[in-house]
Design a protein around this ligand. Structure first.
Ligand SMILES: [Fe+2]
Ligand SMILES: [Fe+2]
Length: 300
């Protein structure tokens, strides 16, 4: 048993799902969803966002304030240097799922299965739609980077919509006014459309705000097809895959592979309310699936 290193106080949210509930409020399930046809909505009106701002919970607002204030170029570089050598520990994928499940919300005893349930529900829905095995696996493991929270990282450095740092913060990022307090806003070099990047340099060369997406991408990058890696790496990049922002940084590969990010996002967002999956019964299937792509242990 790995002991959690969760600090007493690591953020304003009651639990990480509070951010995801908020995302759902911003991007509600369309009434008639044609399968696989959810595209970005760059035409979303300012007034819709204003309406959102009136209803967003204080804890969520405080979470975004901290996120937007603290995600700087220096912070991202520091976290990449800390985690990306993947020297933290060695864990099997199933073990990581169980580890993540120890991330519980003390104030609500009903949430203790939420992490593994969300992972399996997402994967089961993908499976029932007949998608390839790597797609199902991506659904299962997409949130495993949240183990960062167990390793002492504050909520604002684990979840939240992601965005590039080192260039102008898009107004398509939720609650963009909070970027006023980000020290990078005072760095002229970081506040042009391209910032420190070259036009269409590819997201591979862009520093994204630090969180569970970027981390799980690096942990899994030697084992999964590129389609799945895009799903993992950019699933919280709502300003990009829903908002259509940051096109100036994307290259042909990004434009092509974002179809997979868009294809997987509805499974992440819209499968949460169904009945909880039978973790025990489904365990063997998912252990086999993991074993097909990953060795017993990998570096985290
Ligand atoms: Fe996620
Ligand atoms: Fe998720």
């Amino acid at each position: 048993m790995i002991s959690p290193e969760q600090p007493e106080e690591n953020g304003p949210l009651n639990d990480l799902h509070e951010w995801e509930e908020d995302v759902l409020q911003r991007y509600p399930e369309p009434r008639s969803v044609k399968k696989g046809s959810l595209f970005t909505d760059p035409s979303k009106k300012k007034s819709e966002f204003r309406n959102y701002e009136q209803t967003v919970r204080d804890s969520v607002k405080e979470f975004y304030r901290l996120n937007h204030m603290n995600q700087t170029v220096d912070f991202v570089k520091q976290k990449r240097a800390q985690y990306l050598p993947l020297k933290k520990r060695r864990l099997g994928m199933w073990q990581a799922l169980e580890h993540l499940n120890t991330l519980v919300d003390d104030s609500d005893p009903d949430t203790d299965l939420l992490q593994i349930a969300h992972a399996m529900q997402t994967a089961e829905q993908i499976r029932s739609d007949g998608h390839p095995r790597w797609f199902i696996l991506a659904g299962l493991i997409h949130d495993l980077g949240k183990v960062l929270c167990l390793w002492g990282e504050p909520q604002w450095a684990v979840v939240g919509d992601t965005f590039p740092v080192g260039c102008k913060f898009s107004d398509r990022i939720v609650l963009p006014e909070f970027f006023q307090d980000n020290p990078d806003s005072q760095v002229p070099e970081y506040q042009t459309e391209l910032g420190i990047y070259e036009s269409e340099c590819g997201l591979e060369n862009v520093l994204m705000s630090w969180g569970h997406d970027e981390y799980i991408y690096h942990v899994t990058k030697d084992y999964l097809p590129l389609e799945a890696l895009y799903m993992l790496r950019y699933h919280s990049f709502y300003p990009g895959h829903r908002g259509g922002a940051y096109q100036q940084l994307m290259n042909d590969q990004d434009r092509e592979y974002f179809q997979y990010v868009k294809k997987s996002n509805p499974y992440d967002l819209y499968t949460k309310s169904s009945t909880p999956p039978d973790v025990e019964k489904l365990g063997p299937y998912y252990r086999d699936l993991i074993a097909e792509f990953f060795p017993d242990e990998i570096a985290w």
